[in-house]
Design a protein around this ligand. Structure first.
Ligand SMILES: C[S@@+](CC[C@H](N)C(=O)[O-])C[C@H]1O[C@@H](n2cnc3c(N)ncnc32)[C@H](O)[C@@H]1O
Length: 254
């Protein structure tokens, strides 16, 4: 049975499936494996707790009028999928996918604690090459994950391929504030404070230096909106939050 068939089997136990990956010891997946244990704590510290409200906004933008199947890409320790299942009643089935096995293991135990384990399948795979069948989901979310993938355009293509007609992609990602006073302060915070706290709490300065470098290098909202349109998404919207530190993007597959 292929991975995609396993995903479609409703009787399949809730477990972590793994697709073959070629990951070097320095790969992004291994980096997240290293920081998985401290990931949630550091996330809340570094965002001053704002990450809860950013994900809440994403979840509020999920469709509520009909039953949906949800795919959460770069699911990490499960924050999006757990909140989505708690806040919305119309999610029939969910799949949480991530390239890091350790992040997914934490996700698995958090789902069990929240008594949601039977409603979510887990898949360890690359977001750009999931191996899942075309037109499988009504909603695909990715929170703070797309800037980590090696090829953003390829990942958007994959999201578009996996969505059904009228399905919605919701992408939450950091951006840089445009305000000329706030921007240098924010950059200072990213370049100095984030790696320092990463070194102190997670004992991994390099991982947190990597995280802020990816924020600086990632597309800014207008550019990313263009990329989503080029992929074929319609009704593309950008919703900036917290002075432009984060943006929520949504787009529909026609
Ligand atoms: C910053 S965390 C975000 C986790 C979660 N979505 C959240 O909101 O907290 C980024 C996640 O992306 C995953 N990731 C990085 N590259 C990936 C890829 N190519 N395919 C799938 N997941 C990936 C990492 O393992 C990590 O769990």
């Amino acid at each position: 049975m292929t991975k995609a068939q396993q995903h479609q089997n409703p009787a399949a136990p809730q477990n972590v499936q793994t697709t073959p990956q070629s990951r070097s010891p320095n790969s992004v997946g291994h980096m997240f494996d290293r920081i998985a244990l401290n990931y949630n704590l550091l996330n809340h510290i570094l965002s001053l707790g704002l990450d809860f409200s950013w994900r809440r906004k994403l979840i509020k933008n999920l469709e509520t009028e009909r039953k949906i199947e949800l795919l959460d890409l770069a699911a990490g320790t499960g924050d999006v999928v757990i909140q989505a299942l708690r806040k919305t009643r119309n999610i029939e089935k969910a799949l949480a996918l991530d390239i890091s096995e350790n992040m997914l293991e934490i996700c698995r135990s958090r789902l069990a604690k929240a008594r949601l384990a039977d409603r979510v399948d887990l898949l360890c795979a690359d977001a750009a090459r999931t191996g899942l069948p075309d037109d499988s989901f009504d909603a695909i979310t990715i929170a703070f994950g797309i800037r980590n993938v090696p090829d953003v355009a390829e990942t958007l293509d994959e999201m578009h391929r996996l969505l059904r007609h009228r399905g919605r992609a919701l992408i939450l990602e950091f951006s840089l504030p445009t305000n000329r006073f706030l921007r240098p302060l924010y950059l200072l915070y990213l370049r100095c404070f984030v790696p320092l706290i990463g070194a102190l709490v997670a004992r991994d300065r390099n991982a947190y230096r990597y995280l802020n470098t990816t924020i600086e290098k990632f597309h800014q909202p207008d550019d990313f909106r263009r990329l989503m349109r080029q992929t074929g998404f319609k009704d593309v919207r950008v919703m900036p939050m917290t002075c432009g530190i984060v943006a929520l993007y949504s787009g529909t597959k026609p």
